[in-house]
Design a protein around this ligand. Structure first.
Ligand code: FES
Ligand code: CO
Length: 324
């Protein structure tokens, strides 16, 4: 399995309405557009006629029209019209390469090579008690694996998120459990004392999380409600969904699934934004940009067992993009 056989988020569903939309996935320029049935299509963003960017064109009668000579392509990539030769019926070979597309979690997902891979699971999605809000995108000058690893890491809270997710007076990380799963790695029993763990915190609280890597560039945080809390039984989650754009740049979304129905979308997004812009400069400073998979390449502490397990998982999956 390689990263080309996995599903990756490339855009928000709301980005692709009536006009073509250009994105970059694994260094491959793609054009996204919606056909007459509302289904998103994803093609190589290069016209097979004379190489113009299809994303500069438009959607015309449910077909994608090239901006240069107006060739039109239908869903699946077949050329159906050459305006300069109106009577000509293009043969089946006259087409642009198309890729598989799905929409889920408010995002558009693309797979560059067919395989039996599944979309990463985000269990809270189907929980009607939880409200879903997306945050992002963030364009980050860091590799996708470095960003995932940052999300799995609690030992930076007291430094990067001082006064929010941690404090310099309580930096010890209690032992937590790490295991491998069918699709990634899981850390349970992750505890921290957080001064301001969410929008409504009025005092520091001990929180317990699980962190799960559900695909090479996807991770999910689950908040375990405290004993006796009114949220008993609710499993709030934050999904981190990353588009690997180039080996050193990424586009990032968070999907919140929370029990907070009072706050506005903007308030929820602002809190997440505050936290992420604290991470971003540190993430962008890390060298090498690619995540080293050789255990001897960087030094580790006992608090880093989840990150080490993630690196072993990427190595076992032969994920080369964004790693070294
Ligand atoms: Fe696209 Fe000519 S380059 S129609
Ligand atoms: Co952080």
């Amino acid at each position: 399995m390689t990263e080309r056989t996995l599903w990756h988020p490339v855009a928000q569903s709301s980005d692709v309405v009536s006009a073509p939309f250009s994105v970059l996935l694994l260094e491959q320029p793609l054009v996204l557009w919606r056909n007459a049935e509302g289904l998103v299509q994803s093609f190589v963003d290069r016209c097979p006629h004379r190489g113009a960017r299809l994303s500069m064109g438009r959607v015309e009668n449910g077909h994608l029209e090239c901006p240069y000579h107006g060739w039109q392509f239908s869903s699946g990539g077949q050329c159906v019209k050459v305006p300069a030769v109106p009577d000509f019926t293009p043969p089946a070979s006259q087409r642009v390469q198309a890729f598989e597309v799905q929409e889920a979690y408010g995002l558009i997902w693309v797979r560059l090579e067919p395989s039996d891979s599944q979309l990463p699971v985000f269990a809270a999605e189907t929980d009607q008690h939880l409200r879903k809000v997306n945050c992002g995108p963030y364009d980050v000058a860091a590799s996708a694996p470095r960003i995932i690893e940052n999300f799995l890491d609690m030992s930076h809270f007291g430094f990067v998120h001082e006064g929010w997710l941690g404090s310099r007076d309580a930096t010890a990380i209690a032992a937590y459990k790490v295991e491998t799963t069918a699709t990634g790695v899981l850390a349970t029993g992750c505890k921290a004392v957080q001064p301001q763990s969410n929008l409504h915190s009025t005092q520091a609280a001990e929180v317990e999380y699980t962190y799960e890597v559900t695909a090479a560039y996807t991770a999910v945080l689950t908040k375990i409600p405290e004993e006796g809390s009114s949220k008993q039984g609710w499993r709030e989650q934050i999904g981190l969904f990353i588009c690997p754009v180039t080996p050193e740049t990424s586009r990032v979304w968070f999907r919140l699934a929370v029990a907070d129905f009072e706050s506005t979308d903007e308030q929820l997004q602002t809190f997440q934004h505050t936290i992420f812009v604290q991470d971003q400069p540190v993430l962008e400073s890390q060298l090498p940009k690619a995540l080293p998979l050789d255990p001897r390449a960087e030094m580790h502490s006992a608090a880093d067992r989840m990150s080490s397990a993630y690196r072993r998982f990427l190595k076992a999956q032969a994920i080369g993009f964004g790693t070294c």
